[in-house]
Design a protein. Structure first.
Length: 449
C-alpha cells in the first residue's frame, strides 16, 4: 500500500489514523507510472490530499474516515483534466454551428461584446461547472473574459479552475479594457492572487493572428515574471497558418520559436497544422499541446498529428475547447474520440485506450506543469477523483478498465466527483450548486440579452 505511514504502529499493530474521506470497494485505476489497477481498492483523503491508495482491506484498517463513499461495482479514477476551454461560452451553445473556425469567430466575437459582463460570465461558469462535475472533470484551464468573476464562481462551487488575464488586440473587448491598459491590469491581477494548491498562475495570449510579434513578446515576459503558464491558440487550421505566414513569413509555431515563446511553461491549444520541423521544435523545447479532437472535427480544422507528437515526447493533454465549438464539456467523450479518430489513418494502435486515458488525466496535468499534484491517484497528490458506475449494460462485461473508460463509458456514468477531498457530486446529485437554479439563470440571461 502506498501511504503516508501514519496508520501503522512501530510494532506492526494497525492503529487507525483519522481521515476526512475514504473511497473504497471499487476498481481503482491509479494512472500511476506503472499503470497500477487495484480490483478491490481504496483511497484515503485528509486535508484535501490523498494519504493512502491500496487494497481496500489494508486502507480501511489503517484509516477511519468522517465520510465514506462505497464504490463497489464502480471504477475509481483520477479527476479528468480539461487543458483547453472557454467555459462561460455555455451562454452561446448552439450559436455558431456548422461553420469554419473563421466563420465561428465572426459570429461569436460580436455576440460576446453585447452579452458578456462579470455577472454573465459567473452564470455561464456555474453552468459549465455543473456540466463538468457531472462528467468527472475536476480541473480546467479556462481562457475567457472577466477571470475575476470566473474565479469567484469556481471557488464558491469548490471546483479547480486555472484562469487569468487574456490578451487579444481587437477594437473593443467585452471587458472594455483598452489594449494599452491590459498589461497594467494583468500585472495587478497576478500580484493580488496566490494560487491554490493544484493550480498555478496563467497568462493567456489569444493567438499570433490577434496579437503582433511585439505584443506576444511582452505577454510572454509578463508570464515569465510571475512564473505563469503561457497559453495560446496556435496552428488550429490551414487558414490560420496561411494568415500568419503571409504576415510574418513564418508558420505559427516557427514564429513562436523565433520569438522565444516555446518552452515547458508554454501550452499550445490545438496545434493541428504542424510541420515535421515544428513538431521537433515542440519536443526540443518541452512545449505542451492541448488536443481538442471534437472541436477540431466540428470546425473542419482537421486531425492533429497526435501520434507523431507522442512519438517525439511532446506533452499532450486533452481539452474540450469551448461549448460553442464543441457544444459540450464532455471529457469522457473527448478521450473516446482521441482514442478513435487517430486510427482513421489505418493504424489501430495510433492512440490506444490507456494513452487516451492518460492524456485526459496525468498527461493533461503534465502539460499544465502540475503533474506533481494532479492527474493520478497517489499519496501526496491532491484528492481529485471520479467514481464511475459500471452497472450499465453498455459496460458489461468488464475485461479491462482502460478499454471500458476509453471505448464504452459515457459522462453520464459518473456517479460521484471529488475535488480537493470535497464531494461535489454524490449519487449524481450536485452538492455545491443548485442545478435547476443555475440553468434557469442562464436561460433568463440569454433571453434578456
Amino acid at each position: 500500500m502506498s501511504a503516508a505511514g501514519d496508520g501503522i504502529a512501530a510494532g506492526g499493530r494497525a492503529e487507525a489514523a483519522a481521515a476526512d474521506l475514504l473511497v473504497h470497494g471499487g476498481t481503482v485505476l491509479t494512472v500511476d507510472a506503472a499503470g497500477t489497477v487495484l480490483r478491490d481498492g481504496a483511497v484515503a483523503v485528509r486535508d484535501g490530499e490523498i494519504v493512502a491508495v491500496g487494497p481496500a482491506g489494508e486502507v480501511r484498517a489503517a484509516y477511519r474516515a468522517a465520510e465514506e463513499i462505497d464504490a463497489a461495482g464502480c471504477l475509481v479514477l483520477p479527476g479528468l483534466v480539461n487543458t483547453h476551454t472557454h467555459l462561460a461560452m455555455t451562454l452561446l451553445r448552439g450559436h455558431a454551428d456548422d461553420v469554419t473556425l473563421q466563420g465561428f469567430l465572426a459570429r461569436v466575437v460580436p455576440r460576446e461584446g453585447t452579452l458578456l459582463s462579470p455577472e454573465a460570465v459567473a452564470a455561464g461558469l456555474r453552468l459549465a461547472v455543473a456540466e463538468s462535475v457531472r462528467g468527472g472533470v475536476t480541473t480546467a484551464l479556462d481562457m475567457y473574459w472577466f477571470p475575476e468573476a470566473a474565479d469567484r464562481a469556481a471557488r464558491d462551487a469548490g471546483w479547480r479552475l486555472l484562469s487569468g488575464p487574456t490578451f487579444m488586440d481587437v477594437p473593443v473587448t467585452p471587458d472594455r479594457v483598452p489594449y494599452g491598459d491590459r498589461t497594467k491590469w494583468a500585472r495587478r491581477y497576478l500580484e493580488e492572487r496566490r494560487p491554490r494548491p493544484g493550480t498555478r498562475p496563467v497568462v493567456f495570449a489569444h493567438s499570433a493572428y490577434t496579437l503582433d510579434a511585439a505584443q506576444l513578446t511582452d505577454i510572454a515576459a509578463l508570464a515569465r515574471e510571475h512564473g505563469a503558464l503561457l497559453h495560446l491558440h496556435a496552428a488550429e487550421n490551414a487558414a490560420e497558418v496561411a494568415m500568419v505566414r503571409e504576415q510574418y513569413g513564418k508558420r505559427p509555431v516557427e514564429l513562436l520559436e523565433s520569438l522565444g515563446l516555446l518552452g515547458p511553461d508554454t501550452l499550445l491549444a490545438h496545434a493541428v497544422e504542424l510541420s515535421d520541423t515544428e513538431i521537433a521544435a515542440l519536443a526540443r523545447t518541452g512545449t505542451g499541446v492541448a488536443h481538442c479532437p471534437v472541436s477540431n472535427l466540428k470546425l473542419g480544422c482537421g486531425i492533429a498529428r497526435v501520434p507523431d507528437l507522442l512519438r517525439h515526447g511532446v506533452p499532450v493533454g486533452l481539452g474540450t475547447d469551448g461549448p460553442v465549438s464543441s457544444n459540450s464539456l464532455d471529457m469522457v467523450g473527448a478521450l473516446g474520440t482521441a482514442a478513435l479518430v487517430h486510427k482513421a489513418g489505418g493504424d489501430p494502435t495510433a492512440v490506444g485506450a490507456e494513452q487516451a486515458v492518460r492524456m485526459a488525466t496525468i498527461e493533461g496535468a503534465r502539460a499544465l506543469g502540475l503533474d506533481g499534484q494532479l492527474g493520478s491517484l497517489e499519496a501526496g497528490k491532491r484528492a481529485d477523483l471520479a467514481v464511475l458506475d459500471l452497472g450499465g449494460p453498455h459496460l458489461a462485461p468488464r475485461h479491462d478498465p482502460w478499454s471500458t473508460l476509453a471505448y464504452a463509458a459515457r459522462a453520464a456514468d459518473v456517479r460521484d466527483t471529488v475535488v480537493d477531498g470535497r464531494v461535489l457530486m454524490r449519487d449524481r446529485r450536485l452538492t455545491t450548486l443548485d442545478e435547476a437554479a443555475v440553468i434557469a439563470e442562464v436561460e433568463a440571461l440569454v433571453a434578456a440579452g
